[in-house]
Design a protein around this ligand. Structure first.
Ligand SMILES: N[C@@H](CCC(=O)N[C@@H](CS)C(=O)NCC(=O)O)C(=O)O
Length: 207
């Protein structure tokens, strides 16, 4: 039995963040396929991912990544230096706040997981258009999102931007962001990205 169980589904961006973190740190883990409605007993918020380490159960991807960092050796997802570590927190949080409330909701709407009026979907899209250039500028300054080394922040951004080429409205946003594309190309070659690529991606729902 694997040391760590991660409950979730491969297309879930938060599940992929946690799976990539486990890969990057070399943690022995397995994915237990579970949708949000199936994890109620494990996570009071009924959200995926959920992690189990023996008797210990944890929800919220950021808590899981920090737990991995505290408990397991292997490459660091946060540097030691306080300001560098704070920059990782800043960018990981920026992805969650801005891209999740923009691009992710738009993706969920287009894939039919979030039935919202078209006007609302356009608002999500507008937000994605507004915030991606900020990530692009940052990736023009450093190799990775929060510096010259891979960090937790990259593991949040990658699964989200990986959906952009699949959606005609999001594709041009990525095409206009050369630093994001350079970084995506580099990230996509990492074993953690290859191992966690969803085999079956959701399809755009009929209008
Ligand atoms: N803040 C949570 C967000 C997790 C999340 O929203 N997961 C989605 C799937 S990608 C989910 O379970 N949605 C079900 C729901 O919101 O009811 C985290 O970082 O783990």
């Amino acid at each position: 039995m694997a040391t760590i169980k991660i409950h979730g589904v491969p297309p879930s961006t938060f599940t992929r963040t946690v799976l990539m973190a486990a890969h990057e740190k070399g943690i022995d883990h397995e994915l237990v396929l579970a949708r949000p409605s199936e994890v109620q007993a494990l996570n009071p918020m009924s959200k995926i991912p959920v992690m189990q380490h023996g008797e210990f159960t944890l929800g919220e991807s950021i808590a899981i990544l920090r737990y991995f960092e505290r408990v397991f050796p292997g490459p660091r997802l946060w540097p030691d230096e306080p300001r560098a570590a704070a920059a990782v927190d800043q960018w990981a949080s920026a992805v969650s706040d801005s891209l999740v409330s923009g691009a992710l909701l738009f993706i969920a709407a287009r894939f039919g997981f979030l039935p919202v009026p078209e006007e609302m979907a356009q608002k999500y899209l507008e937000k994605a258009r507004r915030v991606v250039p900020a990530f692009d500028r940052q990736l023009g300054r450093s190799r990775y999102l929060a510096g010259e080394e891979l960090s937790a922040a990259d593991l949040y951004l990658f699964p989200l931007l990986a959906y952009f080429p699949d959606l005609p409205e999001l594709r041009p946003i990525l095409e206009a962001a050369p630093n994001c594309r350079r970084w995506m190309g580099e990230m996509a070659t990492r074993p953690s990205a290859r191992a966690t690529e969803p085999v079956q991606k959701p399809q755009v729902a009929a209008a």
